[in-house]
Design a protein around this ligand. Structure first.
Ligand code: PHE
Length: 331
């Protein structure tokens, strides 16, 4: 028994030797069975049990080594270490995360730091401090989800709430980029969703001008969409910026010759921006006569759509690996 337990079998030839020695027609097991007639009758039962368990051990040892043989005819080692391992499927980064990382790294390169804030926000940080007091009509622009247990709490409707928190806690000058998920009560369709992602930027210092805003965003666009991309600004309205603008870029898909993305106009809107409203600076104890700033906000889904032509917003949250795997090569 001891001997069998100590045995290792490395190849088919050794396995066959083992079989002949223990289990063959003239093998040890057969021989001992032959001796049984010489055992006194009163010890025969005990001897029979011992012999049986020995036989089972020999058979099991044979079977287990046989199972390990890759090729019972081969003379080489039982296990072929050169065979490739079982492949482990590796997931891919989500396209929105890929694009968010790109946006953040472009702004980090010009000295912006990154800040995040809570998705459940209070009224002050999401609305009031951003120059949207109670009953301000601009609140209706963003269909807000309220938290039922507390009328003061909302699911943040934009990442501007993070900027409010930064203005509250950080020392000037401030140069920050705030990525995150936001929520609006919209019916889910190809063009709208009840949650999406934004990246907002804020820069407050002495002598910050609209020219700084334009140059910063122009730098962003050329880094993200390529050197030949053009930008244009259209006047717009946001309660927390004055003046406000929306920025378009020249269509990256058709180059102006006409496609569905730019609706044959040659221009695609990608973000809102403006100079931080003096009221907002005052809300955080900053003197607008001394400091000025600019802010901008973009939708990550929108940037991804323009860059990779994803036309249906629902794709981002359906977890269809056929969609997600297409972004495997992009980092
Ligand atoms: N918060 C605005 C939105 O969600 C975007 C924005 C940010 C506009 C900063 C101007 C300045 O629509």
């Amino acid at each position: 028994e001891q001997e069998i337990k100590a045995i290792t079998i490395a190849n088919a030839a050794e396995l066959e030797d083992f079989r002949i020695r223990f289990l063959g027609a003239k093998g040890i097991v057969k021989q001992i069975f032959g001796e049984m007639k010489n055992v006194p009758a009163d010890q025969r039962k005990e001897a029979g049990q011992l012999l049986n368990s020995f036989k089972i051990l020999a058979e099991e040892t044979f079977e287990s080594f046989k199972g390990l043989q890759v090729d019972t005819k081969a003379k080489g080692p039982a296990i072929d270490n050169t065979l490739p391992g079982t492949p482990l499927p590796i997931g891919t980064r989500h396209p929105l995360r890929v694009v968010e990382n790109k946006i953040v790294s472009i702004f980090e390169r010009i000295g912006f730091s990154v800040a995040t804030g809570p998705e459940i926000e209070d009224d002050w940080h999401n609305f009031t401090s951003l120059n949207m007091p109670e009953h301000h009509p601009a609140r209706d622009m963003q269909d807000t989800f309220y938290v039922s247990t507390n009328p003061d709490w909302v699911l943040r409707t934009h990442t501007s709430s993070t900027q409010a928190r930064i203005l509250e806690t950080e020392q000037l000058p401030i140069r920050v980029i705030c990525p995150g998920r936001v929520y609006r009560n919209e019916t889910i369709s190809a063009r709208a969703h009840c949650f999406f992602h934004q990246c907002e930027g804020l820069y407050v210092d002495k002598n910050v001008s609209f020219a700084d805003l334009k140059q910063t965003l122009y730098y962003f666009v050329t880094e993200m969409f390529g050197e030949n991309t053009k930008v244009r600004f259209r006047p717009s309205y946001f309660p927390f910026t004055e003046p406000s603008a929306e920025m378009d870029i020249s269509c990256t898909v058709c180059g102006g010759s006409g496609c569905n993305l730019c609706k044959h106009t040659g221009w695609v809107e990608i973000l809102g921006c403006g100079m931080v409203h003096p009221n907002m600076l005052r809300n955080f104890g900053i003197d607008p006569e001394v400091y000025t700033g600019f802010a901008f906000g973009m939708g990550v889904e929108r940037i991804t759509q323009v860059k990779y032509q994803v036309n249906d917003l629902r794709m981002y949250s359906q977890n269809d690996v056929r969609f997600l795997r297409q972004f495997q090569a992009i980092t």
